[in-house]
Design a protein around this ligand. Structure first.
Ligand SMILES: [Zn+2]
Length: 694
């Protein structure tokens, strides 16, 4: 695969290291990077918050903090990472299409019956394409929480529809992962699709083109082993929240079944994700699902289960920032436990950089930073105070560019955003280019939160660095959540508006992307292409449509140069269609192709027509749909008869012409039925009565 492989192999260690470091920081109270809060830049001003934290404000005049736009943009990472058979229709990004449509397996039930399990759908984990159960469930849960706690922000920013599409896509996937027996009970649950090392080693490229051979194994949790209580329970929590948000009763039923499955099986953390996502406990996820289900249903058995495990080390205990490995802060929200939420917000502790940035871990620091932001704002909600609002907002401002490097960490947000996020689908290139790190990316990964800076402030915007510059569904989940929570405090303020170029509820009922012909950039050329599922099909020749009409495409592209009458299928009707500047013209006219000139009725040749018909050049004699250039004489049209020469009505003709009824006097090309008298023509004098030569 070339030397680019080396760059990818570095990526394999990503979450191994991530986990080890997380554990080290969490349990050994590593000292702060710096607690002196000395600003690195002389231009910055130190701001002190009432929780005694400080941050440096650089007051850049060209960086604005528009949280409506941030919320709007941040949802797009889910369009970029969407997987399955309906991505072409669902994703708002034109460069994404259906992928991994082969994510299917067989499972043999206890009864001996083998059934087909279809787990197409869900979201790719990060810059790669594996579907890890823990981050699927975690990001679904956080997004649902965000909508649950900050619905007003979504409504104000016109993002309810976009969020629902994403939430539905998650919920559908989690339900597909449930393997049900004939009694409707869960016998197995799919906890992973694809294998981390295989995926990272064997393929870098568009998800739409990834071959099944590059490691799309499907892993089940069942009574036989691989219990994955963490994933099963967290999936139950996400589905229960989906019910809370959208009153989708099938999601509540699924959540209850999943919880029962987790409860009845032996309890253990998932191991198939290996070092990529090695969860340190399942108790928090189990307690979270129990807490939410108890709140929804009031069923005492959920509370009993909650009480059984909540006081264990990994139960409702805050042992790390809100993350796929510690969901206890969300339990605290449902238990109205302000104290635990405060402990979680204060996990930041002394992990503060010189400039005041909360950096729990150098690897993907921004994900923990945004998670702590959200939890701080959850504390404010539960405690009905504004304890953390300014502090957390200042952290978000840092991520948007208010730092000594003037570096924004959200793709596309402003002129200081990352240009080279580590993301296969958006890159549009293969192994060798990846090694360059700053090879121009084909598509913009709008709204993606990259890993972020290290505690010493260093950061490199390069695609081959998965520490600083990878993106992930769990990273963006807390970006979305914090953006919504911050925006909810700024609704209606000036400068807090969404970008009209991107999704807004009811703004465009017919988005361009639903059509087969779309504006895209293909092989470096921007144009209108045949891309029914978001992917250009360069072999396509024929007719296809978009919002503006029907187009004739050659080699997958509209040239805007074709004027012809072409055979094909338009609006479901096969025939010969009149095309002008590559667009089908649904008009009545006379038009030509290599076989002649033809009568066109509503865009299509009408071979049944005989008579006269016009185009911009005049009126023409049509016989069975085709212009007859040999015709000379009188032709009836309506109540009139017209003089035709070489197939064309001659409006200048004055004189005598004939048909089978006799000879007639014409003027202006037309028989003059109102005329009686004498006329001279070709040296002869004719006597006319009512137009006819007598
Ligand atoms: Zn996929």
């Amino acid at each position: 695969m070339g030397k680019g492989n080396t760059a990818l192999k570095k990526g394999i260690g990503k979450r191994i290291k991530s986990f080890i470091m997380a554990a080290a920081v969490a349990f050994s109270a590593l000292g702060p990077v710096s607690s002196t809060a000395e600003a690195r830049s002389v231009s910055g001003e130190t701001i002190r918050f009432n929780d005694s934290r400080t941050i440096t404000d650089y007051k850049y005049s060209d960086i604005s903090y528009n949280y409506a736009k941030l919320l709007q943009y941040s949802l797009y990472l889910y369009d970029a990472n969407m997987c399955g058979t309906n991505v072409g229709n669902r994703s708002l990004l034109s460069w994404r299409g259906n992928c991994h449509t082969y994510d299917k397996a067989k499972y043999t039930l206890k009864s001996g019956k083998t059934i087909d399990v279809d787990v197409t759908g869900g979201f790719h984990d990060a810059g790669d394409h594996v579907k890890f159960g823990i981050t699927e469930a975690y990001s679904a849960m956080v997004l649902e929480m965000s909508y649950y706690t900050d619905k007003a922000a979504y409504e104000a920013a016109g993002q309810t529809g976009h969020m629902k599409t994403i939430a539905d896509h998650y919920a559908e996937y989690l339900k597909k992962c449930m393997v049900l027996n004939d009694d409707g009970r869960i016998e197995a649950f799919v906890v992973q699709v694809g294998e981390g090392n295989d995926d990272h080693n064997t393929y870098w490229g568009a998800p739409e083109k990834q071959p099944q051979s590059s490691g799309r194994k499907i892993y089940f949790a069942d009574a036989k082993g691989n219990y994955s209580t963490d994933i099963v329970a967290l999936s139950a929590a996400a589905l229960a929240l989906h019910y809370l948000n959208y009153k989708d009763t099938s999601s509540l039923t699924a959540a209850r079944k999943l919880f029962t499955f987790a409860k009845n099986n032996p309890k253990a953390v998932n191991t198939t994700a290996g070092s990529f996502y090695a969860s340190s406990g399942w108790e928090d996820d189990y307690c979270l699902a129990a807490a939410i289900l108890y709140q929804i249903t009031g069923t005492e058995s959920y509370n009993t289960e909650y009480n059984k495990y909540c006081n264990t080390t990994k139960g409702n205990n805050i042992y790390w920032a809100l993350s796929w490995d510690n969901t206890a802060p969300v339990i605290a929200y449902f238990k109205n436990d302000a104290g635990k939420l405060k402990s979680s917000a204060d996990v930041a502790g002394s992990h503060i950089s010189n400039e005041g940035y909360v950096c729990l871990l150098d690897w993907g620091s921004a994900r923990y930073n945004t998670a702590l932001q959200y939890v701080g704002l959850l504390y404010d909600k539960v405690s009905k105070t504004s304890t953390y609002r300014n502090t957390e907002e200042a952290q978000m401002k840092f991520l948007l560019g208010n730092n000594s490097q003037k570096q924004c960490f959200v793709v596309g947000y402003n002129a200081y955003s990352p240009q080279y996020p580590h993301h296969e689908a958006a890159s549009g290139y293969g192994f060798s280019e990846l090694d360059q790190g700053t090879y121009p990316m084909k598509y913009s990964l709008i709204g993606a939160l990259v890993g972020g800076p290290k505690s010493d402030g260093t950061y490199a915007d390069t695609a081959d660095d998965y520490i600083y510059n990878e993106v992930a569904i769990d990273y963006n989940a807390t970006l979305v959540a914090s953006a919504a929570a911050i925006y909810s405090g700024h609704i209606g303020e000036s400068g807090q508006t969404v970008d009209s170029k991107y999704y807004k509820d009811n703004s465009d009922p017919e988005p361009e992307k639903l059509y087969d012909v779309r504006k895209m950039t293909y092989k470096g050329v921007t144009g209108w292409y045949y891309a029914p599922e978001g992917k250009v099909i360069p072999t396509f020749n024929g007719f296809a449509s978009n919002k503006s009409g029907w187009w004739y495409l050659e080699n997958g592209k509209v040239s805007f140069k074709v004027t012809d009458v072409i055979h094909g299928k338009v609006k479901g009707k096969t025939g010969w269609w009149y095309v002008k500047d590559s667009k089908v013209q649904f008009v009545d006219t006379v038009a030509k192709n290599s076989k002649g000139w033809w009568y066109i009725k509503k865009g299509m040749i009408d071979l049944t027509y005989t008579g006269l018909a016009k185009n911009e050049n005049g009126w023409w004699r049509i016989v069975k749909g085709k212009v007859n250039f040999n015709c000379r004489g009188l032709v009836k049209h309506g109540d009139d008869w017209w003089y035709v020469r070489d197939g064309k009505v001659d409006f200048t003709f004055e004189g005598i012409s004939s048909n089978s009824y006799g000879k007639w006097y014409c003027k202006g090309g037309k028989v003059q039925f109102g005329f009686s008298g004498k006329v001279k023509f070709n040296g002869r004098t004719y006597t006319i009565k009512d137009g006819k030569v007598v």
